[in-house]
Design a protein around this ligand. Structure first.
Ligand code: GDP
Ligand code: MG
Length: 387
């Protein structure tokens, strides 16, 4: 079960039924927006922020555990506040965030009964790579013969166990537990991989758990990219730092994002970055600069590399380029919905020796999940209509 640490607000206000959205672009620099349409007010507000996981049924997007009116992240201050000194900080508490289920978004490997003779080809087609495809098939053959398993259901179960063994790692959790706030995530990857969408989903999920979230639009080269992030911020009730002009140095936006997160006592800052895979040196310079800007004020908890699962072997090459320069701590694998290439998760973990921490299984705000070997393997071997 996931346990995360966040700051318990010192002064927790009574829930208001119609919280006012405040502070729309009132702070001179950086331009900060407050949420416009807050989530529904709470039916029940916990006295302390300790969630209980509803353990939703598979495939049903759970309703967020928390539904309290949001507080605007940014106060409508006329003057920029001086940096806060070591005043007593609010208590840091353990929370569980809403669970997201994964297996129903994953396409099964099998359109008919499991047949060991076909398995190697099926795994190859699903991007497991030659070595793993041969290995898994052989292991299944042995396990089936040992257990006397012949039925489709028995074979599926054995195969699932083999896949779980291959896919599981001990470092699949997001780093949200050291209690040193604000947490800072950088999100990197090529254009179109799903960075901004993933940030939007994460922001909404964290807001559902009552986290204060600040997003940074450090993909400053395209106004549309900034607007896209702003839309997600608005939807989720996160704060956002936008560049003051097109092409502004991404590192300065990243800096301001963390600065705002600190001055607002936010729990997390998530920085979106540009995805141009120019030459390696430019990429390294840009990401290095962003890192340094952030690290002047806070630690970086995660550098998430977003990879589009439908790009196959190409994805692995891209990923390698980023891991060489970006100190990546985890992979987000997007667009696993509908793809028959689920094996890419295994291949990426193997080849990059990095955990796949999150997966995207659709374009909707709830269409993501923490990677779970168990759920993923379930999805791959499931007997489902429409696969
Ligand atoms: P970015 O350039 O890396 O920021 O990519 P975007 O977040 O703009 O996403 C590019 C496209 O991929 C958009 O149309 C998204 O809706 C879509 N997308 C992102 N994640 C997923 C996913 O998990 N599944 C599907 N089907 N589409 C996704
Ligand atoms: Mg983007």
């Amino acid at each position: 079960m996931f346990k995360f640490l966040k700051r318990l607000r010192g002064k927790k206000e009574e829930p208001q039924l119609q919280p006012e959205a405040v502070a729309t672009e009132v702070v001179p620099e950086p331009v900060v927006e407050a949420p416009v349409s807050p989530p529904e007010p709470a039916t029940e507000v916990p006295a302390s922020v300790t969630a209980t996981d509803p353990e939703p049924e598979k495939g049903i997007d759970p309703e967020p555990v928390f539904k309290t009116p949001i507080e605007a992240v940014v106060e409508p201050a006329g003057e920029p506040e001086p940096p806060k000194e070591a005043e007593p900080k609010a208590e840091v508490v353990e929370v569980e965030l809403p669970k997201r289920s994964l297996s129903d978004g994953i396409r099964s490997l099998f359109s008919s009964n499991v047949d060991i003779e076909d398995l190697e080809d099926i795994l190859l087609l699903a991007d497991f790579g030659v070595e793993a495809s041969v290995e898994i098939t052989e292991s299944l053959r042995k396990a089936a013969s040992k257990a006397g398993a012949t039925s489709d259901a028995e074979l599926r179960l054995l195969l699932k166990e083999l896949l779980v063994e291959k896919l599981h790692r001990d470092d699949l959790q997001l780093n949200l537990s050291d209690g040193k706030l604000p947490y800072v995530f950088l999100v990197v990857g090529v254009n179109g991989a799903g960075k901004t969408t993933t940030i939007g989903k994460l922001a909404k999920w964290l807001r559902d758990g009552e986290w204060e979230v600040v997003l940074g639009a450090a993909d400053t080269f395209r106004a549309a990219a900034v607007d896209q992030l702003a839309t997600w911020a608005e939807r989720s009730g996160a704060g956002i730092v936008r560049p003051e002009r097109d092409g502004q140095d991404p590192a300065s936006v990243a800096y301001q994002t963390v600065e705002l997160a600190i001055s607002n006592d936010a729990d997390i800052a998530i920085v979106d970055t540009a995805g141009r895979l120019q030459n390696k040196k430019d990429l390294m310079d840009e990401l290095g600069k962003i890192r340094r800007a952030v690290e002047k004020q806070a630690q970086i908890n995660e550098v998430l590399l977003v990879i589009d699962a439908t790009t196959g072997q190409n994805a692995i090459n891209q990923a390698k380029a980023f891991t060489e320069v970006a100190e990546v701590t985890g992979i987000v694998m997007t667009k696993l919905d509908g793809t028959a290439k689920g094996g890419i998760v295994y291949t990426i973990q193997q080849q990059l020796n990095l955990p796949v921490k999150l997966v995207g299984v659709g374009e909707g705000v709830n269409d993501f999940a923490f990677f779970s070997a168990e759920e993923f393997a379930n999805g791959l071997v499931a007997r489902k209509a429409g696969n």
